[in-house]
Design a protein around this ligand. Structure first.
Ligand code: EPZ
Length: 434
């Protein structure tokens, strides 16, 4: 098992370049197999979830050629198997996008029930409702979801709640259904727009992505494409909050500032200086005064993202006064709170609300990442804390952050990745950074 070892207390300073959006890439990679022509995807993040998905696609016969760290060529012409049951795939949530992609293209799909971060009960009833509305029969047998249709026909689908996964999945299947599909109460996240733009670049006819009504005219076939994925809003947001938590000054490059507005607004409210450029944001916390308190409620885009909730709670735990954070999407997303308490945070969780009494500083401790974003929050806490912090179970963090320790170290922090058994490496690091 690998771990991060961090010597905290150094303000992050300098520039960091953000990679492609993981959650857009998952939809786009799955969609790429819907054509028999070659698709080139650029700005692909080199993170574990993407690599697992590519491995699964290769396993069913798709041509996968990783032409660079951030580029892949995919061709779905040789797919000979629509049943995907790989142990590895069970670990990633987005395996469900293969259902929409295979169902759209081959009118049948069989995929293992999705896993992913354990952040609460994560039903897929809206995905199933959408596929059924398009004419598919869907059943769950032996841990597999099996969807089949003689033909898919467009329909009017009203989603009961705003869901990213179901919006993308229905979009995938519907773009090769006969006739028109309308998805109402659709999610509006930037990665929905990116997946729609990608499908359109392959010849799909999708309008309205980014609003709550998406209109799709089915097409018979899709063609090859070259496409570059949008920057990762959550990776960017994580660096913004890490800059604030360490009293740093960081220019976060290759971002779309509009996608970061909810985070920017909160940072300004707390007392940070945020400057927006065309494709960068600079976050400065001079440290002259402690940051203030605020209330945060996670909401679908353009609201404050649930994927930034652990990171902002960590920042608020260092700020002055009492803050209240309400998690309205996933019921189990406060699992990092006990770990943060071990570093000195004062947080009380009641149901889906965390009441945070800001403390002036954290002290380093050995903590365990419970999931991807909570893991990133614990790293942020370690960077801000006095002394040494060890974050273990970093396999969660590596699902969604590329070269995390390298990017953070390049901003001046003292942080290494080691094997948990390698005590010598930890000792050497401690001696080196004092
Ligand atoms: C996506 O999960 C992301 N995952 C999550 O990111 C992110 O937290 C979430 O969207 C919200 O933005 C991927 O893109 C792979 P939802 P998803 O469907 O699609 C309920 C990360 O850290 N719901 O938008 O699974 C659901 O329980 C990960 O990168 C149903 O009830 O989320 C939740 O309360 C973690 N029935 C709400 O809707 C359904 O059929 C929103 O979930 C579907 C969802």
């Amino acid at each position: 098992m690998e771990q991060y070892v961090i010597k905290g207390g150094t303000p992050l300073k300098g520039e960091v370049v953000i990679g492609g959006a993981k959650n857009a890439a998952l939809g786009i990679v799955a969609a790429a197999i819907m054509t028999d022509e070659i698709v080139t995807i650029e700005n692909l993040p080199d993170v574990r979830d993407i690599n697992v998905l590519l491995q699964a696609l290769s396993g069913i016969g798709a041509y996968i050629n990783r032409t660079g760290k951030h580029e892949v060529k995919i061709c779905g012409s040789k797919i000979e198997n629509i049943a995907i049951d790989y142990e590895c795939l069970r670990k990633i949530r987005a395996s469900y996008y293969l259902l929409g992609a295979l169902l759209g293209k081959y009118k049948k799909a069989q995929v293992t029930l999705p896993g992913g971060c354990n952040i609460g009960s994560r039903p897929i009833d809206q995905h199933i409702k959408g596929f059924e509305a398009l004419g598919a029969k869907v059943k769950i047998e032996h841990g597999m979801i099996i969807a089949e249709a003689e033909r898919l026909t467009g329909n009017h689908i009203y989603l009961d709640m705003v869901t990213v996964g179901a919006t993308i999945n229905i979009m995938l299947a519907a773009c090769m259904a006969e006739g028109k599909t309308i998805i109402e109460n659709a999610a509006k996240e930037p990665h929905i727009v990116d997946v729609a733009n990608f499908l359109n670049s392959m010849g799909a006819n999708i309008k309205g992505a980014g609003t709550d009504v998406i209109r799709i005219k089915g097409v018979e076939r899709l063609h090859g494409s070259e496409y570059s994925i949008i920057p990762d809003q959550i990776e960017a947001g994580t660096f913004m909050l890490a800059a604030a938590a360490t009293k740093g000054d960081v220019l976060i490059k290759s971002v779309i500032p509009k996608h970061l507005e909810a985070i920017t607004a909160k940072l300004i409210e707390l007392g940070c200086y945020v400057e927006e450029f065309d494709d960068a944001v600079r976050v400065v916390n001079t440290g002259e005064r402690r940051l203030g308190h605020t209330h945060v409620k996670t909401l679908p885009y353009p609201g404050f993202p649930t994927d930034m909730q652990p990171q902002i709670s960590t920042l608020l735990a260092l700020s002055e006064g009492t803050s209240v954070v309400t998690e309205s999407l996933f019921e189990n997303r406060f699992k990092y709170v006990d770990e943060l308490s071990r570093m000195g945070a004062k947080i009380k969780v009641e149901g889906n609300t965390a009441i945070i009494d800001g403390v002036g500083n954290f002290t380093g401790a050995v903590v365990s990442a419970p999931d991807l974003r909570a893991g990133a929050a614990l790293v942020t806490a370690g960077l801000a804390a006095e002394g040494f912090t060890i974050v273990d179970h970093i396999e969660f963090i590596e699902r969604g952050y590329e070269d995390f320790e390298k990017k953070i170290s390049a901003l001046g922090a003292s942080m290494i990745k080691t094997d948990a058994e390698d005590e010598k490496a930890v000792q050497k690091f401690r001696l080196k950074v004092g």
